[in-house]
Every structure is written in C-alpha cells, then in structure tokens.
Design a protein. Structure first.
Length: 487
C-alpha cells in the first residue's frame, strides 16, 4: 500500500431518497488503507456512488478496507455494506468488519438484517470483530478506540427493551493529536453512560458526528464535553439543518406537520446546544455536500477566529460563513437534487412510480414507463420547513422536459383535488431547456408562474402552504435549482 499520505476523512453525500436518514464516512489512512463507517441505505444508486468515492480516494485501485465499522442494525446504516459485501465482494478487499449487535430481546426497532448476514457470510465470519469497550485498533497511522458498546447498557428494571439506536457503537478516531468522535444514532441511554464514564478531556474531540442525524441525538452535556471545531451532520438539507438558520428565540415558531410541540422544543434544545458552542467553526451536512477533512494537517488553534476550513474540501462551490452555519442564501446555484428532491406517497400518488437520479448539476426525475399511461406522481420540490415557515417565497428552476407534462402545487398534503393543481402557462417544448419562476404574494393571495416569459397568476392560500410540489403525469424531466428566496 502507498505510505506517507495524509489521513482524509470524508463525509459521504447520502442521497436521502429512500428515507430521511443515513450516514457514511470514509477515512483514508496514511498507509492507503481505509476505515469505513456505516454507509447508508444503498438505494437509488447510493451504493455505486459510495464505492466510486472509495475507489477514487484509493487512486483508482482496488481499495483495501482495514475496518468497516457498523454502528447499529438500522437499514440506513447497514444497507451499503450489505449490498457491496454480498453482491460485489471482488471490487473491494474487506479485511475486517466491526460490529456488535445486541440480543434480539434487548432492543426494539431492528431493521431486517438478512441481507447483512448474507454479506457477512460472503466475506467470511472469521473477519468479524465483535468489539468491547476499551478495545483499540491501530490502522496505518490511525487509531480507533471503542468507547461504548451495547454491553454497557444495564438491564432495565422494568424489563423493557432499549431502542436499537442506543445500542450504537461509540468510538474515537485519532490521527496524531487530532480526534474525531462518532456516536452513530446514540440517544439518551447511551449518552448518559458516555458522560458518566468519561471526563471532559477524554471526550474532547476536534470533529464530532452529530448523533442520530440531529433527530433527538446528542445532549447538551455531551456537546459541552466534546467542544468540537467541526460538526459532521448526517442529514438531508430539507430536514433539521434549516432550524439552524434562525435565532433560538424564533424556533418555537417553526412548525412541521404532525410534530408535537414538546417534541419540537426538545429537538430545538439539542440543536441549540450545538449551535451555541463557541468552539464550532464549520458544519458539513451530509445531504448538501461531500465534505472532506484532512486530519493530518488542520490546526487546533486557540485563536477564536481561526478555522480548520483551509484543510476542508467539498464537492460544491460552497462558501462557509464564519459561524460555520449554512443559511438559506447558500442554496443559490444548488441543484434541486442537493436540496432534497423526493416523491411523496398518499391519496392518488404513489412514490413507487417516481424515480430520481443525479444528473450533472441537477436531477433526472421520472414517473414514465414504456407501455403505461396515466402514471401520476407528486414530486416534493421542497417542504414548507425548507423555508422555516415563510409564506412568501420565490423559486427559480432550470429544466428540460423530455416527455409527459407537469403542474405545480403549493398547498396542502395529498390527497389533493385536481383543481388545486396549477397548470403551466405553456408546455415547454420537449428536449429544449426552460426557466421556470414561481413567486408568491401572501397579501394578494396569489402566485405568479412564469415559464420563459409566459406568466399566469394562480390562487395561493398561505394558510395551506405545505411546500412546493410538481405533479408529474407520464413525465420525465431534468431539474436544477437556480435560486430560492423566502421571507
């Protein structure tokens, strides 16, 4: 293997099409081997993209995976490993897979692990390491220390099982003097053990993987003990990172359908404890960018204005603000695919008929199938939560329609009456690029839909606003998001 290379830690850009969870990390060690952490669901081409990333970081050679660490038995963490190890074992060399799942009766909420077990059988059970707290693995200039396993959870007095998230592995990756802490989907039970067992100095890390995608993961005490410079936030753009674009005192005004207020406030408190950390310089979101940190070079400077961003690269031309938070305006020029494009289910809409694939700077979306007609799908362009509750907004899209037709819906959830779908002013010619602008005016309760200079006004009820949807009928088109404003 090649030696004397830097240690690069990459947060994989998960696609977040099958679900709003998933995380994958790729650490290329100084000796050229890899430490992989989880991966993702593995659907919609995600496994291909993950393997392509690893092969690229290996210089085009067959990658050698010294350790593939699986934090816990949820499909958004085991899916990519299960697919690659079971179906494509010749394309990468897996030396060891590290995981420790609890007994079935100890935890609830398991995903189907049959494909995972098939993958482990394919690579060989002799390659499995069931770690214990205190274990240390040295891999070519990197050290992994296991800080927590499911065995550290005591039996509950009431005999009830733990949530499977709490059985996640927690471990530290160390390169020289630099540390990265990973906690998987760890929640309250695991975090109480971590905070009770380890001192501030033992948990202090330069890089921190936000627990459970930021969905009720982590705790203020843990965040204070870790005090990271860099947050690795494995969640899609259209989920909770938009909360971070507002001052904390505005957070109770944020609403997401069907979320109880007490749950919302609990979630906001956890996020606030991350945002308010004075140590945080940069935040990388798993759905918006492929985010790489050179762990061999970035500084641990006491200067409060210093930043490790000189040793960070992303796959998008993204300027990170001084406070390390991505804001609404940072999404200008971002492809729709990067913003969280997905099909919804309900009423007459079936997300199974819709497909989304990355395509250059945008996404190729389709509900078309040869020999079939009348296939209708609702494409969630973005949720109302993407605007943090704003009722006035404008969106500019570039697109090319290859077949079928589509209309626009910006209120309510399915099922939706056809008369509430606003048609386009004109149907764009097939195969020719178009620019679509949507702008709402809550005061006049109207919205202007402009396609290449052809404009029409449609009714708009801000009280019913629940995102922007494109209603596709036998359609196939490419979309790229050019600009989003809200206020």
């Amino acid at each position: 293997m090649d030696c004397n290379t830097d240690c690069l830690l990459t947060q994989f850009r998960n696609m977040y099409l099958a679900c709003d969870c998933g995380m994958g990390y790729i650490a290329r060690c100084p000796d050229g081997r890899f430490i992989l952490i989880d991966g993702g669901v593995g659907e919609d081409g995600e496994s291909d993209a993950f393997l392509d990333t690893v092969v690229s970081m290996a210089g085009g050679k067959k990658p050698v995976i010294a350790l593939w660490i699986i934090t816990h038995a949820h499909r958004d963490h085991i899916g990519i490993f299960s697919q690659l190890a079971a179906d494509r074992p010749d394309e990468l060399e897996i030396e060891h897979v590290v995981y420790r799942f609890p007994k079935r009766e100890k935890a609830r909420g398991w995903s189907d692990t049959s494909k995972f077990e098939q993958a482990v059988d394919t690579i060989g059970r002799e390659r499995v390491i069931a770690p214990a707290t205190g274990d240390r693995f040295d891999v070519g200039g990197c050290t992994v220390d296991i800080l927590f396993t499911e065995a550290d959870l005591p039996d509950r007095p009431d005999g009830k099982p733990y949530q499977i998230n709490d059985t996640s592995l927690a471990f530290r990756l160390t390169v020289g003097r630099r540390r990265a802490l990973f906690i998987g989907d760890g929640a309250a039970a695991m975090l109480s053990v971590l905070c009770g067992r380890y001192t501030d100095g033992e948990l202090k890390s330069d890089i921190f993987q936000v627990g459970h995608h930021g969905y009720w993961g982590g705790s203020p005490e843990l965040h204070r003990k870790v005090s990271p410079q860099i947050l690795l936030w494995p969640s899609p753009d259209f989920r909770f990172p938009m909360i971070l674009r507002h001052p904390y005192d505005e957070l109770p005004n944020y609403r997401q359908p069907r979320m109880p207020e007490e749950s919302l406030l609990r979630m906001c408190n956890i996020h606030d404890s991350l945002v308010s950390l004075p140590s945080v310089r940069v935040t990388g979101y798993g759905g918006s960018e492929q985010f790489t940190v050179n762990m061999s070079k970035f500084d641990r400077s006491p200067d409060p204005w210093a930043s490790p961003r000189d040793f960070i690269s992303t796959t998008l031309p993204l300027s990170v603000p001084a406070d390390g938070l991505l804001r609404r305006e940072d999404f200008s020029g971002r492809s729709v695919y990067g913003y969280g494009l997905s099909f919804i289910n309900g009423g007459s809409y079936d997300f199974a008929v819709g497909r989304v694939r990355p395509d250059g700077d945008g996404a190729l979306v389709s509900c078309r199938e040869e020999g079939a007609t009348g296939r209708v799908a609702a494409l969630q362009l973005m949720k109302d939560s993407g605007f943090s509750g704003a009722k006035a907004f404008s969106v500019t899209l570039r697109g090319t329609l290859m077949s079928g037709e589509f209309g626009i819906l910006y209120s309510g959830e399915p099922p939706v009456a056809p008369e509430r779908i606003s048609p386009l002013p004109v149907r764009p010619p097939y195969g020719e690029p178009f620019t679509l602008k949507i702008k709402t005016d809550p005061e006049s309760r109207s919205a202007v839909i402009d396609l290449d200079g052809n404009a029409e006004t449609a009714g708009y009820d801000p009280a019913l606003m629940n995102g922007i949807y494109l209603i596709l009928t036998d359609a196939e088109l490419k979309l790229t998001l050019l600009e989003v404003t809200a206020g």
